[in-house]
Design a binder for this molecule. Structure first.
Ligand SMILES: [Zn+2]
Length: 495
């Protein structure tokens, strides 16, 4: 009975509901109040985390300051290969134990940011959300392991310092990080698990140009992919999260294929009895630092915690999980269709898919290199940016004959005027300070143009021309429209 009263109370705030008895497990249809969650995010987002490449040293003070407060219990679980501390923060004293772990892949940090936003939210007071906070505190025990792979995060690398993929180390536990995560699971025996990751941004919802902004999986605990009570609940949770997401990224959600991976942590948590949800943050147009996707993480995770606390997720039909489409991988950063190219004096029409790789430099700054990822009939592929180049021909770029002394001699406007004359690269005598820039031109001490060819795998640097005059430049995989105002042409350009 108590549950029912709670549900009514909370749902009155949280949901617009069409049923008068939300505590029941029938097929009531609730629409999560996403405005409330979105507003809470803006209020509570952790402002010191602003991009994906933060490190252990950036989050450590955010964890340690909570030691002095009594809302969270902060614990040191052990150390990574390179001796960075793996922390655990727990919250609440309810019966429902929920474990959330993030960034076991060091370069997958979107949900980690959202966890710190959730910590801030839980610490708020007197803002209209207190009933949610008491609900979570009384009904759940939340166990957070925000950064499982700090050594990987240090160099923005997937694997740990032994080159082990921690999500393939649940069985063997050869790495200290996997030992720690497994020990935490054994100690707490959570009823629910959230396994938080990022996927590459080229996954799309099949048959659409929409990125799979979030993908889910209720991992299988055996090769037969059976669905027991535990896994069924994970599916129900996902149905609820998907419902929320559809309001923000319509048709932008997919799921992973559920082949059992005996080495995976998600699969094993499911086997150990925790209803486990894998959340994978993908891509979203215009969100390279994934700050919007971070917000979506905040919303769906917080909503799921509330749904667990009040058991409202039991309303969802787990069969709806099967209706979520499976990830396709047909996206590129830039798709150019119908280019007329020439090789060996033969002319042909071709589509080019271009992807931009992030290369991590030793100083941990990264730069972008564009690459021709596919060539041919790409009618069934998509790009975050697309161009129909019908009537345009592939054109090689030239190196500007006079070297520049320093980057300061170049403005983006000047670079665009050089591009218009067919120059794609320039020599820079003093390269120091010019390594990372936002000038849409290839700059190096020798003035080399890598790529300059419609060849598979080559760097994506070339022109598209009409009647021999460049109208588009492709520099480092970015499309630059030379007929637009200079500011427009390079505004998205990052080098
Ligand atoms: Zn991952």
């Amino acid at each position: 009975m108590k549950k029912s009263i709670y549900s009514l109370f909370i749902l009155a705030i949280m949901y617009s509901c069409q049923q008068t008895n939300p505590g029941s497990t029938n097929k009531a249809s609730y629409t999560p109040d996403t405005t409330m969650l979105a507003t809470a995010f803006e209020t509570y987002k952790e402002k010191t985390l602003t991009h994906r490449r933060f490190k252990h040293q950036d989050i450590e003070p955010l964890i340690l300051k909570r030691k002095a407060q009594d809302l969270f219990s902060v614990k040191t679980l052990g150390r990574s290969v390179q001796k960075r501390i793996l922390y655990q923060l727990s919250h609440g004293n309810g019966k429902k134990k929920i474990m959330l772990w993030s960034q076991m892949h060091g370069n997958e940090s979107t949900a980690t940011m959202a966890l710190f936003d959730i910590f801030n939210f839980l610490e708020g007071k007197g803002d209209g959300y207190d009933s949610i906070r008491s609900l979570l505190k009384d009904k759940t025990t939340l166990i957070f392991l925000p950064m499982i792979n700090p050594d990987g995060a240090e160099i923005f690398n997937r694997r740990n310092a032994f080159d082990i993929d921690l999500n393939r180390d649940a069985r063997q536990t050869a790495s200290p990080e996997a030992v720690i995560l497994k020990a935490a699971a054994e100690q707490h025996k959570p009823a629910y698990g959230f396994n938080l990751h990022d996927q590459h941004i080229y996954y799309n919802v099949p048959g659409t140009p929409n990125p799979a902004t979030i993908s889910f999986l209720a991992p299988a605990y055996n090769h037969e992919k059976d669905v027991n009570e535990v896994r069924g609940r994970a599916m129900q949770l996902i149905v609820g999260m998907n419902k929320l997401l559809q309001q923000y990224v319509p048709n932008g959600v997919a799921k992973y294929d559920d082949t059992h991976e005996p080495r995976g942590f998600g699969d094993n948590f499911q086997k150990w009895g925790a209803s486990t949800v894998l959340i994978e943050s993908g891509g979203y147009k215009g969100d390279p630092e994934k700050q919007y996707i971070r917000k979506l993480n905040f919303m769906i995770i917080l909503n799921a915690l509330i749904e667990i606390a009040q058991e409202s997720y039991l309303q969802y039909d787990r069969n709806n999980y099967q209706e979520i489409p499976e990830n396709s991988s047909k996206l590129a950063d830039l798709l150019i269709r119908n280019i007329e190219a020439e090789r060996d004096s033969l002319r042909y029409n071709v589509d080019l898919a271009i992807k931009r790789d992030e290369i991590t430099a030793p100083d941990s700054i990264f730069y972008i290199r564009g690459r021709i990822d596919d060539v041919g009939d790409l009618q069934d592929s998509y790009g975050y940016d697309e161009l129909d180049a019908q009537g345009l021909t592939f054109m090689r770029g030239k190196v500007y004959p006079t070297p520049f002394n320093s980057i300061k001699e170049l403005t983006p406007q000047r670079a665009v005027s050089l591009l218009k004359q067919g120059y794609l690269a320039a020599q820079l005598t003093n390269i120091a300070g010019g390594r990372h820039h936002r000038i849409p031109l290839l700059l190096s001490s020798r003035g080399t143009i890598y790529g300059n060819s419609p060849t598979l795998g080559s760097q994506a640097n070339f022109f598209l021309a009409r009647d021999g005059k460049p109208v588009y430049a492709i520099v480092n995989g970015y499309l630059i429209d030379l007929n637009k105002e200079p500011e427009e042409t390079y505004k998205n350009y990052v080098q």
